[in-house]
Design a protein around this ligand. Structure first.
Ligand SMILES: [Fe+2]
Length: 278
């Protein structure tokens, strides 16, 4: 059985806090006319390499800093169901149009957070929610580098709402963040009272798939120095690594990008500028 969702009130949780660089950036993106915002692929700002090829100035990549506001909460809506199955793909045979969502989960100190529970649920392509089963519902955990990947279909529209995904995010032992993610260039973004530009994903069209990305910032202190390397890991504090040196941390393999001496707080999952996953 499926049912549409009709929100009865705007999100009362609000966004809280002041205006941050990220809010300004996303608000600016939301206010730019769609024709100016959409890249050649039709859904998102052009990739840097495409801008460079077109001889246009490059836009600095947004980055996480200690002043970034945590991802704002939004209402759960009436169609959350607990006990969703563990899976990173919600796809069923013949599904389309396809959507992928990838990104990081950070703490407020910008440290990537591993082991964060992400529980996604959404409408099907026709705008209905599965209330009898678990179609288009699933949970997963971020990996050692704090990243996640979801494969699904583009959620459909239904009366009163713009296009969106629902998600709950919870770092181990921390409160649950319940929120929603939005798509740029959607006409209904301008009329949906729940829409928040701070929750816009970056979306590009790749063939028949929309590739979305979003980085969550959870209001937690982050991972801290972590538990340190495990018995099977090779990364060690005090070792001088050279470019190209391998190291294993948290059961994952990395390759050194920049020569440095390893220190506490510079573990490979926390320092993507120093270590590349291989
Ligand atoms: Fe919904």
């Amino acid at each position: 059985m499926t049912a549409p969702e009709h929100p009865t009130s705007p999100d009362s949780a609000g966004t809280g806090g002041g205006i941050s660089r990220k809010h300004l950036l996303r608000a600016a993106m939301a206010s730019v006319p769609a024709a100016a915002l959409l890249g050649a692929a039709g859904q998102s700002p052009a990739l840097a390499r495409e801008q460079a090829a077109a001889d246009r100035p490059l836009t600095p990549t947004p980055y996480c800093d200690d002043g970034d506001d945590p991802t704002p909460p939004q209402m759960e809506g009436p169609y959350f169901k607990p006990n969703s199955p563990p899976r990173t793909s919600l796809l069923e045979p013949g599904d389309g149009p396809l959507l992928t969502v990838t990104g990081h989960v950070f703490g407020v100190d910008c440290a990537p957070l591993p082991g964060v529970l992400l529980d996604f649920w959404q409408a099907d392509v026709n705008g209905g929610y599965d209330l009898a089963g678990y179609r288009y519902r699933g949970h997963q955990f971020t990996d050692a580098a704090g990243t996640f990947t979801l494969a699904t279909v583009l959620p459909g529209l239904y009366p009163g709402r713009t296009r969106h995904l629902h998600v709950k995010a919870q770092a181990p032992g921390q409160p649950i963040l319940t929120t929603q993610l939005y798509f740029p260039g959607e006409p209904r973004n301008a009329t949906d009272a729940l829409f928040d530009p701070a929750l816009l994903m970056t979306v590009r069209q790749a063939g028949t798939t929309r590739e979305a990305s979003f980085d969550f910032v959870l209001d937690t202190p982050g991972g801290g120095p972590g538990p340190g390397p495990g018995p099977d890991d090779t990364w060690r504090v005090g070792v001088s690594y050279r470019v190209g040196d391998p190291a294993r941390y948290g059961g994952l393999d990395y390759r050194c990008r920049v020569a440095h001496q390893a220190g506490v707080g510079w573990e490979p999952p926390r320092t993507p500028a120093l270590w590349q996953r291989v």
